[in-house]
Design a protein around this ligand. Structure first.
Ligand code: ADP
Ligand code: MG
Length: 680
């Protein structure tokens, strides 16, 4: 009798039941034992004073009135008693259990379990026991089921399986780790989850299983990463350290500590023989561009070319301009490539890129066209990496021979997600802002306060500043009643007529029109810019100090934070005004969070809490792993501990050789995380 036998080996499980179990991914006895309850029925005696509305309660009391039974039709009935439970005189109702009437009489002590309606002081009971409360069980597990399987039968099967096979449950965490964290043995943890004696027990059992799940997950990710590193040889970029240092010294400001740290992390990757595969995250304005410039300069000093790919033309132009300013004094040749650059100019540019005369190229997806060739591509950087598909990033990478790759993102990713979703990448984080930044003041206003908001904008304009006004949609949608960008533009043009000029920006404009509008705004010939979210990333007009966002409740927190990041880029105090009438509590909570913090990491952590991990990156391509027991948000401390433990294990010789780790190595090999390497 082996724990890995099919479930049908268990007495009472026939073909039909086995099929239902298979549908739930339960094939073997071991799978059955690992099918854990998703909640527990709580049978502990409750004081109704403490019980919440609609909570399931078990109470003991004295019957205070003659039971009354009413029938509706042939089969339906309602049996009602008054029960004195503690100091509460409540009604207890039993539906369709008329036979219970003979078991109860006035002044009897009885125990009932059911749903508590606090407002009507009524328990709708489904369980009844004559006599005082007898502690038989505190909790009963509730399982997910399929087909004809009921929770009760599943409980029965699991109990039977435990009786016969329970002793065969193997430990899969090394003993030293178990004792370090005082974790329950696996066998005990599973037994406790299925047959708990107390709430405290469940907590301890869960703690053990959460750790196990995270540890194995992390081991797998990190073993994969190690394998990838060793299999994909990269280039060793022997950069010129004194040149790099000189460049850093020539910057108009000292690097922040966070910038120094990430520059070191990136440099270490670049000179290592492995291919860099690193994510650089930092809040808007944290200074990622200069970090990118340092990396690019390093690559050039090692004899290579660098490429920076960004999602929009506006952004490409801005990056090209700022990198040119930064790198030209150091003697580097930079160039911009977008689809608007055509004809002879384009041909010449492509020629000199191929000949190695251009050191750094900045561009949109134009960079991944077939016609683009490098002489010696060493470093590829993509900005706002989540906007590019995996395929696009691959094509750019393949324009060189295993160049180092750096992904930049201004959407701060909560630590837990960074560890899980990007587990196969290295992550560098700029978690510190350059000194002397003024925080943006954020206010939440109801839409009917618009007149006051307009006069506020006007005051700022009078000081010579500029303002953004963001709307969610381009055209009118009666159904959603959203402000649309065309209407708002028309209204504001009229409002400011003769005093200020109002520009209009949205995704359906032609590239040349977009460019004209952005130019007008950045040169301050237009003072107000009404726009959709196309200005979300990267746009940099330091003189703009007001950001007004219509229908702000329609946007995600991360997006609101990005939009807000368009202001506060100069030395003047900036403001963000959220116009919103959220209906839900979560909606209100989101507006409040925005007014309370400027820290993108705090915003993203809150966003994760409110939306849950599955939703964080949007529904479509979340890539967020699902855990059986663990909860990424609430168990994140354990996740970090497990990650560090996994890293230590993977780096140690014992892990790869000693017998006590054999069970983990076998697991990793089975899951493909160790390639074809032969073990033991
Ligand atoms: P982001 O991370 O959003 O790309 P940028 O790289 O555009 O941020 O930097 C925002 C601004 O901060 C730029 O004007 C840049 O010159 C400035 N900056 C960057 N690093 C520092 C620093 N260490 N000290 C002062 N200013 C800095
Ligand atoms: Mg940037």
């Amino acid at each position: 009798m082996n724990i890995n036998d099919p479930v049908s080996a268990l007495k009472g499980i026939g073909e039909e039941t086995a099929n239902s179990l298979n549908e739930m991914n339960i094939y073997t006895i071991a799978d059955l034992l690992e099918h854990l309850p998703y909640r527990y029925e709580d049978y502990r005696l409750k004081d109704l004073e403490d019980a919440g509305h609609e909570e399931r309660v078990t109470v003991e009391g004295k019957i205070h009135s003659q039971p009354s039974l009413m029938y509706f039709g042939k089969k339906k009935s309602r049996l009602t008693i008054k029960l004195l439970a503690g100091r509460n005189l409540v009604s207890v109702v039993f539906f369709n259990q008329p036979y219970l009437k003979s078991k109860m009489a006035i002044n009897d002590i009885v125990t009932v379990t059911g749903k508590w309606d606090r407002n009507r002081q009524t328990i709708t009971a489904n369980e009844f026991t004559a006599g005082p409360y007898k502690k038989e069980k505190d909790f009963e597990p509730v399982y997910g089921t399929r087909g004809n399987l009921t929770v009760k039968t599943l409980r029965k099967f699991i109990a039977a399986a435990f009786a016969v096979y329970g002793e065969q449950i193997n430990e899969n965490i090394p003993r030293n780790i178990l004792s370090e964290y005082k974790l329950m043995p696996r066998k005990d943890a599973l037994r406790t989850m299925h047959f708990p004696l107390s709430g405290q027990d469940i907590k301890q059992a869960r703690r053990r299983l959460v750790y196990e799940e995270f540890l194995y997950f992390q081991l797998k990710m990190q073993a994969l990463r190690k394998m990838q590193r060793e299999e994909t040889k990269g280039i060793q970029q022997k950069y010129n350290l004194s040149e790099v240092k000189e460049f850093i010294g020539s910057l108009p400001f000292p690097l922040t500590n966070a910038q120094k740290r990430v520059v070191n992390e990136i440099s270490a990757d670049m000179k290592s023989p492995y291919r860099m595969n690193r994510l650089l995250q930092g809040d808007v304005g944290s200074g990622k561009t200069v970090v990118a410039a340092i990396a690019l300069l390093s690559s050039v000093s090692a004899g290579y070319q660098g490429a920076l790919m960004v999602p929009t033309e506006i952004l490409a132009e801005q990056h090209a301009a700022s990198l040119k300013d930064l790198l030209k004094p150091a003697g580097l040749k930079t160039a911009l490539l977008t689809s608007s650059i055509k004809g002879k100019k384009r041909r010449e540019l492509l020629e000199s890129l191929k000949a190695g005369e251009i050191d750094i190229i900045i561009g949109t997806h134009a960079l991944i066209q077939d016609e683009v060739h490098f002489q010696k591509l060493g470093l590829v950087i993509t900005d706002e990496q989540h906007r590019f598909g995996v395929e696009q990033r691959r094509i750019l990478r393949e324009k060189g021979e295993n160049p180092d790759v750096l992904f930049m993102t201004a959407t701060p990713i909560p630590r837990t997600l960074a560890i899980t979703v990007f587990g196969e990448m290295d992550v560098s984080t700029i978690d510190e802002m350059p000194a002397g930044r003024k925080g943006i003041e954020t206010y939440w206003a109801k839409q009917d306060m618009l007149p006051r908001v307009l006069s506020f904008i006007e005051k700022e304009l009078q000081k010579g500043r500029q303002a953004y006004v963001i709307c969610p949609l381009i055209e009118e949608s009666e159904k959603l009643e959203l402000q649309n960008v065309l209407d708002v533009h028309a209204a504001l043009t009229q409002y400011f007529a003769g005093r200020y000029r109002v520009g209009l920006m949205h995704g359906r404009l032609h590239p040349e029109e977009k460019e004209t509008v952005m130019k007008a705004f950045s040169e301050n010939t237009a003072q107000v810019l009404v726009s959709t979210t196309v200005v979300e990333v990267g746009v940099n007009v330091p003189n703009a100090t007001v950001m007004v966002i219509y229908d702000a409740e329609r946007f995600g927190l991360a997006q609101l934070h990005q939009l807000r990041g368009r202001v506060g880029r100069g030395s003047d105090q900036s403001f963000c005004i959220l116009l919103a009438d959220p209906k839900s509590e979560t909606g209100k909570e989101r507006m409040k969070i925005m007014t309370e913090t400027n820290d993108g990491f705090v915003v993203s952590e809150k966003d994760l809490e409110l939306r849950g991990p599955g939703d964080f990156f949007g529904k479509k391509q979340s890539g967020v792993p699902e855990f059986k027991v663990a909860d990424m948000v609430h168990d994140y401390r354990t996740l970090e501990v497990a990650r560090n433990d996994a890293a230590k294990l993977i780096a140690s010789d014992e892990f790869w050789n000693a017998p006590e780790y054999k069970i983990i190595r076998e697991y990793l090999q089975e899951s493909g995380a160790m390639g074809s390497e032969k073990l033991d």
